[in-house]
Design a protein around this ligand. Structure first.
Ligand code: PGA
Length: 249
């Protein structure tokens, strides 16, 4: 069956002092029954990878360029993230889609290089409140899935994160029925496109205001294989509570 995944996205938070949270986190979970991933800001990645070496915690990137190398000032390639110690890269987060105008085809191109580099792509999809209000959430998600996910995807190199934009950093969370509806839909879409074997092996994360207090009920929803956590991943104690909730399912 699918191995659960607790993924933390530190976003643009943390300097060297934050690395102690990784030590704490690894110490709290010496032999977890699931995967633990932290995606720190790029300048911390190499030090973060060293800090968690030989522990249960892995590290990843938050974005990368679609090209392998070249004249792209300020950008970072998938190979560079891998070289710094990353095993996964978050792609198409709504903050990238909104702040940097990333379109589905951009996310797909990035995912290809990430997969070609032997890393796992965590591809984010999610609707805005406006889109949910006019009740076309599944159309939006369906378009993002078909546009953002490359053909070479497998259960090993792809993770999909459902993150309703209105739930990110707001303390608002969809109902369990709403989460279940979208996750079942994503599963069905993946099975239709990639066949049952691959479709069933891809892990689906929920993201958006996941906290230790609401994690257990969210993890009880069908086709939720873990979480992509922003704010509550910054402190080892909070993230540990989420990991414990996921382990107990
Ligand atoms: P949040 O962020 O947990 O702070 O809501 C989630 C995310 O953006 O991945």
């Amino acid at each position: 069956m699918r191995r659960k995944l607790a993924a933390g996205n530190w976003k643009m938070n943390g300097t060297g002092a934050a690395l102690s949270e990784l030590d704490l986190l690894a110490a709290k979970h010496p032999s977890p029954s699931l995967d633990i991933l932290i995606c720190p800001p790029a300048p911390l990645l190499h030090r973060a990878a060293s800090a968690v070496e030989n522990t249960s915690v892995s590290v990843g990137g938050q974005d990368c360029h679609a090209d392998a190398s070249g004249a792209h000032t300020g950008d970072i390639s998938a190979e560079m993230l891998k070289d710094a110690g990353a095993s996964a890269v978050i792609l198409g987060h709504s903050e990238r889609r909104v702040d940097h105008g990333e379109r589905n085809e951009d996310v797909r191109a990035k995912a290809r290089t990430v997969m070609d580099a032997g890393l796992q792509a965590i591809i984010c999809v999610g609707e805005s409140l406006e889109q949910r209000d006019v009740a076309n959430t599944l159309d939006i998600i369906g378009g993002q899935l078909s546009g953002s996910i490359p053909d070479q995807s497998t259960g090993e190199n792809l993770v999909v994160a459902y993150e309703p934009i209105w739930a990110i950093g707001t303390g608002k969370v969809p109902t369990l029925e709403e989460i279940g509806e979208v996750h079942d839909f994503i599963r069905a879409r993946l099975e239709r496109r990639f066949g049952e074997g691959v479709g069933r092996s891809v892990r689906l994360l929920y993201g958006g205001s996941v906290k230790p207090g609401n994690a257990t009920e969210i993890f009880g929803v069908s086709n939720v294989d873990g979480a992509l956590v922003g704010g509550a991943s910054l402190k080892a104690e909070d993230f540990s509570g989420i990991i414990q909730a996921l382990e107990s399912i």
